[in-house]
Design a protein around this ligand. Structure first.
Ligand SMILES: *Cc1c(COP(=O)(O)O)cnc(C)c1O
Length: 362
């Protein structure tokens, strides 16, 4: 039914975002491996910081986020003035689309790219343009071929979700260098901390005028419930984003908890090491029962099944056992399941359950 009151074009094309499942009817306890959350739980440092601001909740929060930006800058060796904070990297993706795109413009994302790029482009009235990947890996040449005079933004997650694959700095550098100068490359570094020694693209941002990097506290920092993300970009981009940012887009609890977490380097180092250890174990154990995956650079494994039917049946089998993993048909990977690297007992449980499902429990 159509209404006399209509939203602007594009809005009704947006299908609501489907988050990872978190409940199974009739079960009180589930193992949630569907949203790439850090199984360690939030850092103690962040919990302590939260308690200390409970008596301050009648006060409006900081509007310039100076303390959090300084902490991020010190930890990552960046300039605080080139950082902007948002309610998750989702808000930064949204701000980028709001500020740089609109009707008559195009936003490039890749075949298996994160859903928010398309949704935010549509919300801004722009046209999302999907570019094919090559065997679940972003293809720089295909992106460059898809650029038109209407293109304004190119979104690439590196490492990518849900594939877990990653482009090297040569490929990313070439993409940035060969894009027309009026196109902004957005490097989504939601999983950057899982790659030892990787800067998420920060150096490229510092060298160029057409690259911005987004980061999040939702993944390795284990603060997805808080909603804090940030972006690092050239001054002209940060200035533009600051103009579309709501003045109080982050609350005091978010600001102080994220600040404590980003200074807590031990937490990140431990989480990275534990993830790498269990990810290797998980991928190998799955391969031994015939479930293959690409080498993952993030905190999940994209398990490939023989068919879409088998993937759907396996997800239901796991769910009935209280194990929640992610169906990724919406990402054009209907024969795959994305499995977050949980703690060690969860990794063992999910492998044993898949082995049973495959009829290989010995
Ligand atoms: C999880 C994720 C994010 C993080 O989103 P937040 O809004 O910061 O929670 C961003 N990009 C990708 C590719 C992700 O997988």
């Amino acid at each position: 039914m159509t209404h006399a009151i209509e939203p602007k074009p594009g809005i009704l094309q947006i299908a609501p975002y489907q988050g990872g499942a978190s409940h199974v009817p009739g079960r009180s306890e589930v193992v949630k491996l569907s949203s790439n959350e850090n199984p360690a739980g939030p850092p103690e440092s962040a919990r302590e910081a939260l308690k200390k601001v409970a008596h301050l909740l009648h006060r409006y929060p900081s509007t310039d986020h100076a303390a959090l930006r300084r902490a991020i800058a010190e930890t990552h060796g960046l300039k605080a003035g080139n950082i902007i904070c948002g309610a998750g990297s989702d808000e930064l993706i949204h701000m980028l689309c709001t500020a740089y795109t609109g009707p008559g413009t195009e936003v490039i994302h890749t075949e298996h790219g994160f859903a928010m790029y398309r949704l935010s482009a549509l919300a801004a009235g722009a046209t999302p343009v999907e570019v094919a990947e090559h065997e679940r890996k972003v293809d720089v040449d295909r992106i460059l071929e898809a650029v038109t005079f209407r293109t304004r933004l190119v979104f690439v997650a590196n490492p990518a979700n849900p594939t877990g694959t990653m482009l090297g700095s040569n490929d990313i550098g070439r993409l940035a260098a060969e894009l027309p100068e009026n196109v902004l490359l957005v490097l989504d570094g939601a999983y950057a901390e899982y790659v030892e020694g990787y800067d998420g693209g920060a150096r490229l941002v510092a060298e160029r005028e057409n690259v911005v990097m987004t980061r999040t506290f939702s993944k390795i920092y284990a603060l997805g419930g808080l909603r804090v993300g940030w972006a690092y970009g050239p001054p002209h981009v940060i200035d533009v984003l600051d103009r579309v940012r709501g003045p109080f887009n982050l609350g005091t609890p978010q600001l102080v908890a994220a600040e404590a977490a980003v200074r807590d380097r031990g937490f990140v180092d431990r989480s990275r090491a534990e993830n790498a250890r269990l990810r290797t174990w998980l991928a190998k154990a799955l391969a031994e029962i015939g479930v293959m995956s690409d080498t993952s650079t993030a905190n999940f494994v994209l398990a490939r099944f023989d068919s879409a039917d088998e993937a759907v049946a396996c997800e239901a089998y796991l769910r009935a056992d209280g194990l929640l993993v992610r169906l990724v048909a919406g990402y054009k990977l209907p024969h795959c399941l994305r499995i977050t690297v949980g703690d060690e007992p969860s990794c063992r449980r999910v492998v044993h359950a898949i082995a049973r499902f495959k009829g290989q429990d010995g």
